[in-house]
Design a protein around this ligand. Structure first.
Ligand SMILES: Nc1ncnc2c1ncn2[C@@H]1O[C@H](COP(=O)(O)OP(=O)(O)OP(=O)(O)O)[C@@H](O)[C@H]1O
Length: 382
């Protein structure tokens, strides 16, 4: 449905969905700012698509509401909502050419100036000159653009994208990510993009919500989520983290003191999600410095001793695993600046970091270290 009045924010209020005994979306509260590019990120089966389908009206919520600005649209039929969806499968009509695929919704609504609007949309998605081709005569990326043009031509207030790039190969996917971002900026609509690919979410969206088991674990800008994750799940789903099991033992000025590995570390209280007790001390691999034996530790760093157990050269950086005396493996990434010599497997090192680069998360007692290259199981499953 076309709607020319200002959209306002999209709000999900206590939105829940149960299928039989299973609660797949659990009291979701979420606000998507008008004109924002919002990504719902999470592993397979966490409830992303079900959430999107409730926004579109394709699935009825068990409880809760969907609001657009001041309007409660929960009770509206899908075609009455100012919302359009782009699916991973594109869902193009195979017997219609590109022009007619894009024109379809306009013709149904008996809109005038169909040709002009379709051509404008095809120009926007950079498909001028393709109007008379059938979907089968297009590449996957081009089909995706047609699907996008077909959704945008209806002037929705919110565009929902359900893993729209999932069927494309990696290179094309990266290209389309930038393209989608450009288009979103140009049309200024609210985009809600569902993906299990953290890099995709971070590249494209200005706000990312990380979903796990039907609930939102954290939402914020990509940098907020990456720099200061709220939970161990977020820390390991967005990039890689070393999470050391420790206990808060006290406070010194603006720092919390944490005991882990038999040593005491400082972490600024402002970088803590926990007030005391059992914690995970987290540090991103690229924030760790390897200090070779005999080298002076940079001022202000703290660290643990270990031995390099693996070295991988990956172009932009070298990725090390360091086995500590406690049997834990820490991941440390060093940028390949061209001057730093690579350290060999077996070298004794100190793994050091600056206190302000660490963060603290509340930890269930009994939950141990989560370190090294292993992603969270849920992330692997996706
Ligand atoms: N119609 C249905 N009936 C019963 N269970 C369903 C139905 N639709 C989804 N589910 C279940 O709800 C859970 C969430 O599914 P959903 O498709 O929302 O997850 P998702 O995060 O989008 O996963 P993916 O990334 O694999 O698409 C899954 O366990 C799924 O099997």
């Amino acid at each position: 449905m076309t709607n020319d009045q200002p959209a306002g924010d999209l709000r999900l209020a206590e939105l829940s969905k149960r299928f039989g005994p299973a609660t797949v979306v659990d009291r979701l509260d979420l606000t998507v700012g008008q004109g924002g590019f919002f990504a719902l990120l999470g592993p397979s089966g966490c409830g992303k698509t079900t959430t999107l389908r409730m926004i579109a009206g394709l699935e009825e919520p068990t409880a809760g509401r969907v609001l657009l600005g001041d309007r409660d649209i929960s009770g509206l039929r899908p075609y009455r909502r100012p919302v359009n969806t782009v699916f991973q499968s594109y869902a193009l009509f195979p017997h219609l050419d590109v022009f007619e695929n894009v024109a379809f919704g306009l013709r149904r609504r008996k809109v005038r100036e169909v040709a002009e609007q379709v051509r404008r949309m095809l120009a926007l998605v950079q498909l001028d000159g393709y109007d008379r081709r059938r979907p089968a005569e297009l590449s996957g990326g081009q089909q995706q653009r047609v699907a996008l043009a077909r959704a945008l031509v209806n002037h929705p207030q919110v565009l929902l994208l359900d893993e729209p790039l999932g069927a494309l190969d990696l290179k094309l996917r990266r290209q389309m990510q930038l393209e989608l971002k450009r288009i979103q900026t140009e049309v200024g609509l609210t985009f809600v993009h569902v993906t299990h690919d953290q890099e995709e979410a971070m590249t494209m969206a200005d706000t990312v919500a990380v979903m796990n088991g039907g609930r939102i674990e954290q939402s914020g800008t990509p940098a907020e989520l990456y720099e200061f994750p709220a939970t161990a799940f977020v820390a390991s789903f967005l990039g890689q983290s070393n999470l050391l099991a420790g206990e808060v033992t006290g406070r010194h000025g603006a720092d919390l003191l944490v005991e882990a590995y038999g040593s005491r570390f400082s972490v600024p209280a402002a970088r803590s999600r926990a007030t005391g007790g059992a914690v995970h001390l987290g540090v991103r691999p690229e924030k760790l410095h390897l200090i070779a034996e005999g080298e002076q530790s940079p001022a202000g760093t703290q660290g643990v001793a270990g031995v390099i157990s693996d070295v991988s050269y990956v172009g932009v950086s070298t990725q090390y695993l360091v086995r500590t005396g406690w049997g834990t493996e820490l991941a440390a990434f060093a940028a390949n600046s061209g001057t730093a010599a690579r350290l060999p497997v077996g070298a004794a090192v100190t793994v050091g970091w600056r206190p302000e680069h660490a963060f603290l998360l509340a930890r269930e007692p009994g939950d141990g270290d989560r370190t090294g290259p292993l992603l969270d199981e849920a992330a692997v499953a996706s």
